[in-house]
Design a protein. Structure first.
Length: 270
């Protein structure tokens, strides 16, 4: 197993270098974090300045659960700004699903288009080593970029809100669980879905279009998990994590089963 891991890591290093030569991949992994981690939280002060304090009343948030421990100490506008920030943070969690679609799509479907995958498929590497190498090629940069971008988001959001409410919103339990606990699962599930569709898709565009279908149910999962964290106890996260783990194991088995080397070689030659 040590030898297999070493070969998979060597493949990952090679694949990462090739992916970073793609202008489309560079564009996505640069612009998407910039939009989600910087531009979105910078909109918070704009909302604060454009919406008057008297626009909200206590009754507007009477049925809302406490989104932060000091929820009852806030005035209606402060509650709205925190609610608005949390909506932005949930939107930020699309990032760990968008990045894998670009990287994984280029790693397989893109290589097929460039006709560079034949040498890899015909190599002595086992199917398990190839799949593991492809997974790490996408997982490592996607997870690291998501974590780093998430920290930037929280810092900018806190700086934007502190002058208004006088308290820090981040970090909190919900953001920590979603960003560091569950976002790697989102990346892994998206990556494995992209590998599955890329082996059958005719090109990178088609692979990304098919892979994007997994984003909708995963984002609904994020919304549901947020509700659980706000309304129920934190241990429910263990239940949702178990569901995600089962999904990743199932997708891995599917990947190993349908990764058809002969089909991909034929599709390149044909």
């Amino acid at each position: 197993m040590g030898l297999r891991l070493r070969k998979a890591f060597l493949l990952t290093q090679k694949e990462l270098k090739e992916s970073l030569r793609s202008k489309e991949v560079i564009l996505i992994i640069t612009l998407m974090p910039l939009m989600f981690a910087v531009i979105m939280p910078l909109c918070i002060p704009l909302v604060n300045f454009t919406i008057p304090t008297e626009a909200f009343t206590e009754d507007d948030f009477e049925s809302f659960p406490a989104l932060v421990p000091y929820w009852d100490e806030l005035d209606p506008k402060g509650r709205f700004l925190i609610f608005f920030t949390m909506i932005f943070f949930e939107s930020f969690l699309l990032l760990p699903m968008i990045l894998p679609m670009a990287i994984a799509g280029d790693s397989i479907a893109g290589e097929r288009e460039r006709k560079t995958i034949e040498s890899l498929i015909a190599s002595p590497l086992t199917t398990e080593e190839i799949v593991l190498g492809k997974l790490m090629t996408t997982m490592i940069p996607s997870v690291l970029i998501t974590w780093f971008s998430g920290i930037i988001f929280m810092v900018i959001a806190d700086l934007s809100l502190y002058g208004v409410i006088g308290r820090l919103v981040f970090p909190n339990m919900m953001s920590a669980v979603l960003l560091f606990g569950l976002s790697p699962f989102f990346t892994l599930i998206t990556t494995q879905t992209m590998i599955i569709v890329s082996t059958k898709a005719s090109g990178m565009r088609e692979a990304q279009q098919l892979g994007s279908l997994v984003v909708i149910p995963l984002y609904l999962f994020i919304l549901g998990e947020t509700a659980l964290l706000v309304l129920l106890e934190a241990y429910w996260t263990a239940v949702t994590s178990s569901i995600l783990l089962l999904c990743t194991i199932f997708l891995l088995l599917v990947n190993l089963k349908i990764f058809d080397r002969e089909y991909m070689i034929a599709s390149v030659r044909g």
